[in-house]
Design a protein. Structure first.
Lengths: 279, 310
């Protein structure tokens, strides 16, 4: 069923989700908080505004699909799946532990609600293209949402997949580019300048929507537009985001890519996030 | 003696995939712009709505196929063996083998059969690379008839599979009634002095060698090991235990392919002696196919000599 929360409800849901992200990475003492927080608004909007999924039947054939191509930020998706009821909330405490369905990078055969395994960067968009193409072949109306990192867009396969989405007129495909301008070794501009990724996707045949990717109102508006325009062109929401958004000491700090907070940092993060609920 | 019919295994694939596609509309071909030489042109003509061409973008082709498979499709990604095993390798690993999706990688131009194309297009590492991926099945038919049979069988076999065909017309060795099962070796002729375990285009060399050996009073068993993973361990074990002398023959590097797989069984069993005939861990060059094989000692004469020396 497609839940459609109000923007305010989505904002508060997103705070819940971010708290779970920080909490599970803290408990695991391992994981990637920065990117999980920058992509959180997109994930929240997908699961509580946009996508038709059934937690009781995760492999329901007509469901909308979500591909976390930047697989290392799976804590954001794991939190959403638990909150939706795909598995018990306590499972979040098992992140990255032996025997857990919540692998360090998502595994579709271990975790209910994961539509394709990812982890090695650059590969998820092609899979999303295959899913969207299958929908077109079968005249089904399910839609496919893919989260791609800006650093990840340095992988050539992303652009091979973009070509294919254009050729097969996959207007049921939405790519969210999480443009936080940080990757492991520094800023994207330092490591490998991406230029204007929105313009690149436009040139590859996508309709593009440039937004503040951490602004829920803009996110919902972009998703609504992407859904409404059935013109045979795949959609790209190009979101300027802040890596670590919502936790002050993580924001725009490169080193928070793949480090877990300590107890004091965890407490500070919870306090800061608790103050972000919208009344 | 009846006339020898010459046909390429890639033609067997091309015909079987059309038949399969007509039976099951979920069977798709994902081409990467070498459909013509991989023999999918007829499929494209007859079943255009089941045909995808992603262009010269192998990595993407594997990923698109994985996505299609999660939605109930049965895609055959079609390319050359060099690209299907190496350019696509990591995508096959993460998006097909790890999630155990029902995607077939169907490759022509296996081994050194793209002879005049030179080393870039010759695939001598492919089956070995694919063999080390968990959940992967690796199959190479020995002639046109078995290619058709094994392609048909592949559609009913759940899970990732690497199918290797070749470029050149080679003698048809099987009749239409032959029964072949993926994962089960096929005994072509029995013998008691030496066992020759071969696959692909080199099976005919093994058969000719066995005939030659017969004239010299040596009785050779010939086995078509069309599936190197899962390997028919029972068959290999029987060769090692009851005959004890085994020669493997393959158009593949002697490292990691059929020869290695058989040696692994022999080493763990602690019985029998194995000699490997195959590409000697060296790149090829532009040259006639038979010359390339000869330079690596993959000839009937070499097999006969080794059998005599055992």
């Amino acid at each position: 069923m497609r839940e459609q929360l109000s923007v305010k409800e989505l904002q508060n849901k997103c705070v819940d989700l971010k708290k779970h992200v920080v909490d599970m990475i803290y408990k695991a003492q391992s994981g990637h908080p920065g990117g999980s927080l920058s992509v959180a608004e997109f994930v929240t909007a997908c699961y509580w505004h946009e996508m038709d999924v059934d937690p009781q039947n995760p492999r329901w054939a007509d469901r909308d699909r979500f591909v976390m191509s930047k697989g290392h930020v799976c804590p954001a998706q794991y939190a959403a799946l638990a909150m939706k009821g795909f598995f018990p909330m306590e499972t979040l405490d098992t992140l990255r532990k032996e025997g857990s369905p919540l692998q360090g990078h998502p595994s579709m055969n271990k975790c209910p609600g994961i539509d394709i395994s990812t982890g090695s960067l650059g590969q998820g968009l092609a899979c999303g293209v295959g899913m969207a193409l299958a929908a077109k072949m079968d005249n089904k109306d399910y839609r496919v949402y893919v989260a791609v990192g800006d650093g990840e867009a340095q992988e050539g396969e992303i652009w091979e997949a973009a070509n294919t989405a254009h050729k097969y007129q996959l207007d049921n495909l939405v790519v969210f580019v999480d443009f936080n301008n940080l990757q492991i070794d520094g800023t994207c501009d330092e490591v490998m300048p991406n230029g204007d990724l929105g313009a690149k996707f436009r040139e590859f045949g996508f309709d593009t929507y440039e937004i503040d990717g951490n602004d829920m109102e803009q996110m919902v508006a972009a998703l609504n537009l992407a859904r409404a325009v059935k013109n045979g062109r795949p959609k790209c929401i190009y979101g300027h985001t802040v890596k670590g958004k919502g936790v002050s000491y993580m924001e725009n700090v490169c080193s928070w890519h793949g480090v877990a907070p300590n107890e004091a940092q965890w407490k500070q993060a919870m306090d800061e996030l608790n103050a972000q609920y919208v009344k | 003696m009846s006339e020898v019919v010459m046909k390429a295994t890639r033609d067997g694939f091309g015909e079987a995939i059309v038949e399969l596609g007509k039976e099951n509309k979920n069977i798709l071909v994902v081409d990467v712009d070498i459909g013509k030489s991989c023999k999918t042109t007829q499929f494209m003509k007859e079943l255009p709505e089941q045909h995808v061409n992603v262009g010269i973008a192998e990595q993407n082709g594997a990923g698109v196929a994985a996505g299609l498979a999660t939605c109930g499709k049965l895609p055959y990604v079609v390319t050359y063996a060099a690209f299907g095993s190496m350019r696509m390798c990591e995508m096959i690993r993460q998006e097909i083998c790890y999630p155990k999706l029902n995607v077939k990688i169907a490759c022509s131009h296996g081994g050194v059969t793209p002879a005049n194309d030179g080393a870039s297009h010759q695939a001598i590492e492919d089956m070995g690379i694919m063999r080390t991926l968990p959940n992967m099945t690796v199959v190479m038919p020995a002639d046109y008839v078995s290619a058709k049979k094994l392609v048909k069988a592949s559609a009913a076999y759940e899970g990732p599979m690497f199918l290797r065909f070749t470029r050149d017309a080679i003698p048809v060795i099987y009749d239409e009634n032959v029964e072949l099962e993926i994962g089960k070796a096929h005994l072509i002729r029995d013998g008691k002095d030496v066992a020759i375990i071969a696959n692909g285009d080199t099976v005919r060399l093994a058969i000719d060698a066995a005939k030659e050996l017969e004239t010299k009073g040596i009785s050779a068993r010939v086995v078509d090991m069309h599936t190197i993973k899962p390997l028919d361990v029972a068959c290999v074990t029987d060769c090692l235990e009851t005959i004890g002398k085994v020669i493997t023959v393959e158009d593949h590097n002697i490292l990691n392919g059929l020869g290695s797989a058989v040696c692994e069984v022999a080493a763990e069993l602690g019985k029998g002696k194995v000699k490997r005939v195959g590409i000697q861990d060296q790149f090829g060059e532009s040259a006639p196919y038979e010359r390339l094989l000869a330079k690596n000692g993959v000839t009937v004469e070499d097999i006969v000599k080794i059998a005599q020396s055992l």
